[in-house]
Design a protein around this ligand. Sequence first.
Ligand code: UD1
Length: 420
Amino acid sequence: MDYLQIQGPTRLSGEVRISGAKNAALPIIAMMLLAKNRVEIDNMPEVVDIKTLLKLIENLGGNFALEDNHLSIETHKITNTKATYDIVKTMRASILVLGPLLARFGHCEVSLPGGCAIGQRPIDLHLKALEQMGASISIHAGYVQAVAEDGLKGAEIIFDKITVTGTANIVMAAALAKGKSTLINCAREPEVVQLCEVLRDSGVSIEGIGTSQLTIYGTDRRLIEIEPFSVIPDRIEAGTYLCAGAITKSTMSITNANPHHLSAVITKLEEMGCTFDITEDRIEIRPTEFIKNVNIITQEYPAFPTDLQAQFLALSTQADSTSSIEERLFENRFMHVSELQRLGADIKISGNTALVAGESELFGADVMATDLRASSALILAALVAKGETNIHRIYHLDRGYERLEEKFISLGANIKRLKE
Ligand code: UD1
């Protein structure tokens, strides 16, 4: 198993190119199940989660080539409709094939996603919506078995809770359903917006893109022709590098970013004292010597993203006084706290709020990555900790951060990937 060794403290400089968004690319790959043609996609992040979903598509009978961040993918000859446990267990987002498979073939079996380190994360809202579209769903031997032999039918669906992959799943199902679907209380994340835009550009009529109410006119199982396009930049990777600039008090830039997707994040960094020079796709961060404390509540987009909660928590350890960080989306998403405490952070958890004392002097130690975003918080802390930090179990990072140590080295960090 690989681990990362980081020597701190360090200053960074230069610029780093942001990769394509993993969370946009995952539903996009699932959407390929709706295409009748071979599709060409640029800016595809070459991270483990993407390779996992591509392997699932290959198991179903599709084929693809992924090279230099270009994906060429074709699913036209698929006949297998079973997404097996061995792949789905490694990545929850595999559930994204449920809607498209069911809509296209009228039946499918998808393994229930395994338990997840950041809480229960059920899929009840995905299943309920598909039932409202006429599917009959049962759970048998660890599999969701879904049947709608005559095809899915458009319906009015009100999501009880805003769900990102749930919205994506049902948008894809509705795209091939018969008639009109109205989806209410949808996720408005840029990743959902891109999915809708690609469907719209492929001839599916969708109203309300970017709002919480989507109206979709299904094609009644007619597959769609998808033109070449490019995956949007990863706003979570971008936010992580901006935090790296802020915590190390370094002036640095990110390129190939979309500043519009980062408004809540930039606002919080401004509250902490950072200033920015922002153009169309480039953001330069000019940090402050004295980081101000901050209050953050994670919520659905366009509010502050839960996927940057851990990184801002690490940054808050260097603020001038106590910060408060409330996690509203997931239970049990503070597992990075005990690891940050090993580095010397002073953090108290009360319910779903972390109170982070500022001005903590951090010292290098052995720590363990617990989930994808928690791991990047450990890197940020290690960049300012005195001495050597070894971050174990970095397979979590490889799931979502492309060429991570290469990018940090290019910014001047002293970071090495080693074998246990
Ligand atoms: C997606 C992102 C993940 C991010 C999260 C919240 C992908 C691949 N992953 O995850 O990085 O942290 O959005 O921004 O895009 N819920 C239910 N029932 C359901 C579905 C969800 O109760 O059927 C709950 C969840 O437990 C959670 C909340 O709704 O409390 C939001 O979850 P959801 O938006 O579905 O997260 P994911 O789509 O899994």
